[in-house]
Design a protein around this ligand. Structure first.
Ligand code: ACO
Ligand code: LMR
Length: 631
């Protein structure tokens, strides 16, 4: 007993290269056919490991991803089909490696443009493998039973193939196209026709034709468009002849090459006893004066022998049903089928309704069939067009107009293109607060972290984490309290004393090292800039009055840089005329302004990290002498 079947409803493949769409189409086909297990057991993606989520019907499944062919074969010993779905460059090496694996039986190569020498080497490698297994006396693709044990030969399908399909059981990659097409061609349940084609594109056409005029396909294979195919038309026709469920065979050849003549030989020698309907396309080549190269590498009018006419003649002579034109191919298939049916050689197929494959959310949204709520709302930037935009301003405009970091900040934080004096002020804030030496709390933390061997981001973040109400993070509170006091027309005395009563230190006032007689230069610079360029500095001048009062209490209670930035930003917002009162309140309440110090100080903290690394400083340990040990 012998059968030529190479796939079944339990066949599983290893898919080389992660290509979401063809894998999903294979799994959708599985579901349509009611397979219990997915036909893709694993994915091979060089350099990547883990799992890939895909749908199997309605359920999501995680398909293992392996970085090597060996690892995938070891993990899935029952997966015997290797689908090579990457470019021609890696075909030779990976397909040969796949053929070397004892578990791999079918290698399907989808890539076009595989060098002929590589294909020849692969074919001879598969043959020698079969020889080693002592199967060389059997046709390349035949499955055999010896002493009641199943043995198999290695089969190469392609290169340059769309693949193949065993209807209702297993399909390679994109074979037969979309699910709609598969349903239309009734490829979810087997019929009685074995179909082999040279062309993958035309095979779709024929699947539909065959579905229209017969009870459907049993198995369909597209062998290749290359000069040297891994398996030939006759290899597959001989196989079909051995499959009991196949009652008739349809062959679609092409002009060029001599592959069809091996089929002629097989028919002549009586090796094929099932009706064969055949057509070799490309009869139009004769209309051209010079040689024409059609889509596939082999598809060109060579000598007379390779013409479509000659091959059609030869096939007809040995008993194949060959129509007079491609247009009448459908009619001859119909006739052949009806004849078999009339003779009672075909058992009618039980029609079934395949389950419905649900549409993917993304494509349903795209086609406007469903609406779905978004999970994020964003108003400051958009990266979907040709170039990202900040608050509607394309990046190229930002560069062309010579805008600076102050503009980027105002666009992304305030969603406004502010006048130059405003963005200049923002830039001055960033520059002046970039660093304040290694001894301030943020820099100290960063230095200690960098010296503990931590990376840039950890060192930076450890410094940033010290920013808060006492250090650098008093800008918002300064703006809040000073605004409230000014708007409520409190005198400096009333303001400071009311804060004291509440037990709150006035944010923006006081410094560890700055004094009334050693003012903070940064504060002076900011004040000078604002007094020169701002239309009004009312909030800052109020803070100066408050400082005069606090300095009368203690020499360290100077206006600090947080206080200067906080109050001057209030002046910027109010003076620019670009913000409503409500918007200003919102900015102050949300707390935008500490962001300026955080952003600025990141520059210095990054510098301290690099400095410590450059100086190769060892782990920091605080000296005992500097600690008061007490009980
Ligand atoms: N408002 C009212 N009184 C104050 C303030 C203030 N902002 N700052 C200090 N004092 C008083 C203290 O209550 C203390 O009084 P006391 O002796 O009667 O108890 C006296 O001044 C000295 O206080 P210290 O804690 O020794 O002052 P220190 O120099 O340690 O504080 C600091 C400096 C933390 C900046 C402090 O002034 C403060 O908390 N200011 C408000 C927060 C602030 O603006 N921080 C930003 C600083 S700038 C920067 O980090 C970039
Ligand atoms: C700073 O900018 O870090 C300082 O004002 C704080 C400090 O302690 O000097």
């Amino acid at each position: 007993m012998a059968t030529g079947q190479i796939f079944s409803r339990t066949t599983q493949a290893l898919f080389y290269n992660y290509k979401q769409l063809p894998i999903q189409r294979m799994l959708d086909f599985d579901f349509l056919c009611g397979r219990e297990t997915p036909s893709v057991a694993g994915i091979i993606n060089p350099g990547a490991e883990g799992f890939q989520k895909l749908f199997f019907g309605q359920e999501e499944i995680a398909i293992p991803v392996h970085s090597t062919i060996e690892a995938a074969c070891a993990a899935h010993p029952t997966a015997d089909v290797f689908i090579k779905f990457s470019s021609f460059r890696s075909v030779a090496a990976s397909s040969k490696l796949a053929l070397k694996q004892p578990t791999i039986r079918v290698v399907a190569i989808i890539a076009e443009g595989v060098p002929e020498s590589d294909t020849k080497e692969l074919i001879s490698y598969a043959r020698s493998n079969n020889k080693l297994r002592n199967y060389d006396k059997f046709p390349l693709t035949t499955l055999i039973v010896v002493n009641h044990c199943w043995l198999f030969l290695q089969v190469v399908i392609g290169p340059a193939t769309v693949g193949g399909i065993q209807v209702g059981a297993f399909k390679i990659g994109d074979t037969a196209g979309t699910i709609d097409n598969i349903i239309q061609c009734k490829l979810y349940r087997p019929g009685c026709v074995g179909f082999v084609s040279k062309s993958g594109g035309m095979s779709n056409e024929l699947y539909y034709t065959i579905a229209r005029v017969t009870d459907g396909i049993y198995e369909g294979i597209a062998i290749r468009g290359d000069v040297f195919p891994g398996s030939t038309l006759s290899d597959h026709v001989l196989r079909f002849n051995n499959i009991p469920q196949i009652k008739m065979i349809v062959v679609l050849g092409e002009l060029g090459g001599r592959d069809e003549y091996s089929l002629v030989e097989a028919l002549k020698s009586g090796k094929i006893n099932k009706p064969v309907c055949a057509w070799v396309s490309g009869t139009c080549a004769r209309l051209f004066k010079s040689e024409v190269q059609f889509g596939h590498a082999v598809t060109k009018s060579g000598g007379e022998m390779e013409s479509a006419q000659a091959k059609n003649e030869a096939l007809k002579d040995v008993g194949a049903v060959v129509p007079t034109s491609f247009e009448s191919f459908e009619a001859s298939i119909k006739e052949t089928y009806e004849k078999l049916a009339g003779e009672g050689k075909i058992t009618p197929v039980k029609e079934i309704t395949p389950p419905q494959i649900l549409e993917d959310l993304n494509s349903a949204i795209k086609s406007g069939k469903v609406r779905a709520p978004t999970h994020i709302i964003s108003t400051i930037s958009d990266d979907r067009g040709e170039e990202p935009c900040y608050a509607g301003v394309p990046m190229s405009t930002i560069v062309e107009k010579g805008m600076g970091i102050g503009d980027a900040i105002s666009l992304l934080w305030l969603k406004r293109s502010l006048p130059r004096y405003c963005t200049h002020f923002i830039e001055i804030c960033v520059m002046l607060c970039a660093d304040h030496g290694p001894c301030v709390s943020g820099a100290h933390n960063t230095i200690v972290t960098a010296r503990a061997g931590k990376d840039l981001v950890s060192s930076l973040v450890s410094g940033l984490l010290t920013i808060g109400p006492r250090f650098g993070g008093a800008v918002d509170d300064a703006a809040r309290y000073f605004k409230d006091a000014y708007d409520r027309k409190l005198t400096p005395y009333e303001f400071v004393e009311s804060m004291k009563k509440k037990g709150i230190r006035v944010p923006g006032i006081g410094h560890r090292i700055k004094r009334g007689d050693n003012r903070d230069k940064r504060v002076e610079l900011l004040q000078l800039f604002a007094r020169t360029h701002f239309p009004s500095t009312k909030y800052m001048e109020y803070a100066v009055e408050v400082e005069t009062y606090t300095l009368s209490k203690a020499n360290n209670l100077v206006m600090n840089v947080d206080g200067a930035i906080g109050t001057l930003f209030l002046d910027l917002l109010a003076g620019s005329g670009m913000f409503t009162k409500q918007e200003i309140d919102e900015i102050v309440n949300i707390g935008y302004l500490n962001g300026l110090f955080v952003l600025a100080r990141s520059i210095g903290l990054i510098g301290h990290t690099f400095d410590q690394k450059r100086l190769k400083q060892p782990l920091y340990r605080h000296p005992w002498e500097d600690v008061l040990y007490t009980k």
